[in-house]
Design a protein around this ligand. Structure first.
Ligand SMILES: [Zn+2]
Ligand SMILES: [Zn+2]
Length: 490
């Protein structure tokens, strides 16, 4: 990496030429060039490198503009993510976080005003000191990458504020006092990462699709949190939760229900960090009152999920249903079930993963909550009082045990040797098959009415490590219509 600096010629304004009087003295822009190259080894699978390219910002700067030139060679292509940190620091947790853009090739500008700052970045103070351009070589061609960043520092225009803006912290309160099953989407992107909608437009989409709540989960950034006040003002009846999709080539995971402005560092790969940072991210999520869910673990194939279960042993859930039902979702469901059989209690979750193209066909999370508020929804999610359905108008499946008040996610005491009287109420599943699943067994039962309660006594094997019962509703073409979380049995 090589840094070149020079002062640009001050532009002589026409006004100055015409007016013989006084003109404000415009300090010339300062240009810094950062250039260098990366070897393909920098992007080897699982070892993606984060390069910290620094530049010094003097006092009085009002605007930072960074132009990127990325040369992957004549026939090459690659993916490079970029972020920016101010002098507060780019260490783990990123105290100086000012923005992140995954894979986007766009140049960007940062000022004190959101209106003139690129959508990925946080407008605010431009502190003098050492700034860091984060360069993450996710994939590179065999010839590597030659890069050149031209940083232009300007001194004209409005002075930036001296303090960072605070993400609006507000309590939407209780939007519905009734204890009920509420419909949510736990995974959605705005234009502050790679979606194409503002937070408010995304909220409108969720209102239109019939969701009571949704979680804003942009990749590696909290930028959308700063738009919550507008979104809530425009859509006061929709509950919006803060979140982030912690995104690394080795894993994607959702933090759901964090505090406004919280940022969760994605740098969890073995050679980016040295210690078990994933567990630190999970602990941070829990301190925030949020839950941590592993996302679409097999979306790109069977080897995607390269983080061992031990490293996320404190995680809360698995997104077993991402977008429409697929082989990748089936693999995630099987993986989740295998973990349940080992005795883990993990909540099966779903997400539309919308990037703005519509959420009408998305899976829906049904959460039983004491009311429609942030705290009650988070409580229901944490307890696993959840079933999933293919969309907000899809089939519903209510799993219970006769004579008990247990919901999915709860643990029931049961004396060994007695069959468990399982009951499932199905709405909208006529013509489908109800599949009851427990460790070492399954039962397939036809559903022949629009609304029906199906009962079955299940003999559980008390010698197993773990025992539970869960239910799936399967369409005639073999695709999933709905599935429940397990009722655990002791
Ligand atoms: Zn993802
Ligand atoms: Zn996503």
């Amino acid at each position: 990496m090589r840094v070149l600096r020079f002062w640009a010629l001050a532009l002589i304004s026409a006004a100055w030429l015409c007016a013989p009087m006084v003109a404000a003295e415009a300090k010339p822009d300062q240009i810094i060039v950062i250039e260098g190259q990366c070897d393909v080894k920098d992007a080897r699978t699982g070892g993606q490198r984060m390069h910290l390219l620094t530049f010094d910002v003097p006092k009085g700067v009002t605007r930072i503009e960074i132009k990127k030139q990325l040369d992957f060679g004549p026939n090459g292509s690659g993916t490079v993510d970029h972020g920016l940190a101010d002098p507060r620091g780019a260490g783990f947790g990123m105290p100086g976080f000012r923005g992140w853009m995954g894979g986007s090739k766009a140049d960007f500008t940062l000022t004190g005003d959101p209106a003139t700052t690129s959508q990925y970045y946080l407008a605010g103070p431009i502190q003098p000191g050492r700034w860091t351009l984060l360069q993450w070589t996710v994939s590179l061609p065999p010839t590597g990458l030659k890069y050149r960043y031209t940083v232009r520092l300007s001194f004209d225009g409005p002075a930036p504020p001296s303090e960072m803006p605070q993400a609006p912290k507000f309590d939407q309160g209780t939007l519905n006092p009734k204890a009920d099953w509420y419909l949510g989407d736990l995974h959605a992107h705005t234009l502050h990462s790679d979606g194409n909608k503002t937070l408010s437009q995304l909220t409108q989409q969720h209102v239109d699709a019939g969701f009571d709540f949704f979680v804003s989960t942009d990749h590696n950034t909290n930028r959308a949190h700063f738009e919550f006040a507008t979104a809530v003002r425009e859509h006061p009846k929709e509950l919006i939760l803060y979140g982030e999709e912690v995104t690394h080539p080795m894993m994607h995971a959702n933090v759901i229900g964090c505090r406004p402005g919280s940022l969760f560092d994605m740098r969890i790969a073995p050679d980016v960090v040295t210690e078990n940072h994933l567990s630190k991210v999970i602990a941070q999520a829990h301190r925030d009152g949020a839950i941590f869910s592993v996302n679409h673990p097999f979306y790109w194939g069977a080897t995607d999920w390269r983080i061992s279960p031990d490293e996320w042993k404190d995680g809360d859930g698995v997104e077993v249903w991402n977008v429409g039902w697929s082989a990748a979702n089936q693999a995630a469901l099987d993986h989740w079930d295998a973990l349940l059989q080992k005795g883990r209690h993990l909540v099966a979750l779903s997400g539309s993963d919308t990037h703005g193209g519509g959420v009408g066909g998305s899976p829906a999370v049904h959460v039983y909550a004491q009311n429609l508020s942030r705290d009650a929804i988070m409580d229901g999610l944490r307890k696993g009082h959840v079933f999933l359905s293919e969309n907000t108008k899809g089939a519903q499946i209510y799993l219970s045990v006769r004579g008990k008040s247990a919901l999915p996610g709860d643990t029931l005491q049961w004396s060994a040797g007695n069959p468990l009287p399982v009951q499932v109420r199905v709405i909208g599943g006529d013509g489908m098959t109800l599949r009851l699943v427990w460790p070492g067994g399954e039962a397939k039962l036809p559903v022949d009415k629009h609304i029906v309660t199906i009962s079955r006594d299940i003999a559980l094997d008390a010698s197993r490590n773990a025992n539970y019962i869960r239910a799936e509703l399967i369409k005639p073409d073999g695709r999933m219509a709905a599935l429940t979380n397990p009722i655990y049995v002791k």
